[in-house]
Design a binder for this molecule. Sequence first.
Ligand code: GLN
Length: 243
Amino acid sequence: MELKICHLYPDALNLYGDQGNIICIRRRLTARGIEAAVTGVRVGEKCDLTQFDMFFIGGGQDFEQEVLLSDLAAGRAADIRAAVEDGKTFLTICGGYQMMGSHYLTHDGVRCDFIGAMDLYTEGRSERMIGNMLFRCTGENSGSLVVGFENHSGRTYLGPGCTPLGTVICGRGNNGEDGTEGARYKNAFGSYSHGPILPKNPAFADFLLKTALERRYGSVSLEPLDDKYELAAHEYMLGRLAQ
Ligand code: GLN
């Protein structure tokens, strides 16, 4: 088996170790004998997105998101929407997650028209939401606990066309108001959790990989890995957040 993975905008969107998600995806696949071919696609680079099984978009500040608008408008947004509709797996974090929605009104009044692949939008406020976070994924999203770190001024609001990824236990999540964190539409996932999210949340990482593998190969069972260090990091953060 193999997965073809597209890392979108690795040059522009990479906050708080988000690129570690790519290292984690590659390691969890190759440790099981599954090939992982990762292609970085940069701003302005032409690329046929239909060849990929899975996509990763990291976080970025308002400035980087504004810089990417012309690339999105030049056809990339339509390609991403088509890949989402086709059931491809997306992991999108913070700024990348906000970009999957329809628009972002920044705290200083700039309107960014985004991809519109997920039924959500974001509004910035002057107060940032910063700190470690803990949430529980909903049952259909693995049911696992996820530890992470958030830092955003944007408040994201979900429409009826997508469902929350999980429920906030510690921290602010989507908007600090409705207790939701992240979103899912088909196999496109968004979360505010940097850190990076996957290495210290192996149950969620495998859940995500399974969606991509099963779309391509049908039912797949992933053999367990020795997650001693990953689980130690997970448990340590759970302990800190419980205090
Ligand atoms: N620019 C966005 C905000 O501040 C996203 C920041 C991020 O990706 N950490 O809301």
